[in-house]
Design a protein around this ligand. Sequence first.
Ligand code: ZN
Length: 117
Amino acid sequence: MTIDLASRRTELVGLRERMLQAATDIVADDEGGESNSPAGDQQLADHATDLVDRELDHSLGENAENVVGEIDAAIARIDEGTYGTCAKCGAVIPEERLDAIPYAILCLDDKRLQEHG
Ligand SMILES: [Zn+2]
């Protein structure tokens, strides 16, 4: 199995920028508040959509920093030459898992252990 590390790294750097941008946008939104929204007939409908967006933004915001940390760790592992192996037990991480979560640094078993204590 050969992982194309260069393209994987590019993918991770791009993903990292998107997550940082998402986190920044959320902070800017929170600081802006509602007061400077222009009034109009469209506003009620927009507001409903806005609430849904905010729900999504909120959970993304909570996760964004964690994900950026994981992406940093994954990029560091590419540079170290250990990308694609579990940071904990050293098992090879299946490529399907890396395709789904390119910043995965733990095998599925260790990830589950970490999430459930
Ligand atoms: Zn493991």
